[in-house]
Ligand binder design. Structure first.
Ligand code: HEC
Length: 163
């Protein structure tokens, strides 16, 4: 067998091995049960904490004199979270509905359209910030962070218990 052919065969075998482990991972994945209501509450609280850390890091970057174009990883993460946020509030995850404490008020579910509207404001504000990264608009970045903060506060005012 030529050297070339054996290299080709080895690569093919490796490919098959990788594919079969991928395929079995896929099979295993279907056997994982969906998250419980309690797990969803814990996951969203962790995501909120991480979004607050990301937001704080953006403020810090501006104070340090960084350019807007260096912040794309952070602003992209905020856009992703703002879009995923409503899906982390399925019914059955409010106060007293799971064993874990939550600050999510029942108004979220009685006033779902307004909750979604508040999130739409948040999505718009972080998307605008993400666009400022693309155009490297450092001059207006900090004031846009303030606009975002207003959208956090507006949702918390109506839908989250006070700390
Ligand atoms: C559309 C509504 C909405 C928006 C927008 C929103 N939040 Fe929240 N936030 C909530 C709700 C509801 C909770 C309570 C979640 C729970 O306890 O289950 C919460 C909880 C939190 C928590 C507490 C998490 C914990 O440890 O339990 C932090 C921190 C937080 N939000 C930060 C932010 C920041 C920072 C922003 C903006 C950058 C923001 N939130 C935007 C609705 C929102």
């Amino acid at each position: 067998m030529t050297f070339r052919l054996s290299v080709l065969l080895a690569a093919l075998c490796a490919g098959v091995a990788i594919y079969s482990s991928y395929a079995s991972a896929q099979t295993n994945r279907t056997s994982v049960p969906p998250p419980t209501a309690q797990q969803i509450v814990l996951a969203r609280q962790a995501a909120f904490e991480m979004s607050a850390i990301t937001f704080g890091s953006l403020k810090w970057a501006m104070r340090e004199g960084k350019e807007a174009k260096t912040q794309g990883f952070y602003t992209g993460a905020m856009v992703s979270w703002s879009r995923a946020l409503p899906s982390m509030f399925p019914s059955g995850t409010g106060v007293g509905e799971t064993p874990v404490p939550t600050a999510a008020l029942s108004e979220i579910w009685t006033n779902w359209r307004d909750f979604q509207a508040k999130d739409a404001d948040y999505i718009a504000a972080v998307t605008k910030l993400n666009d400022m990264v693309k155009s490297n608009d450092t001059a207006n970045f900090t004031s846009q962070l303030m606009t975002i903060k207003d959208t956090c506060d507006a949702c918390h005012k109506d839908f989250k218990t006070r700390d």
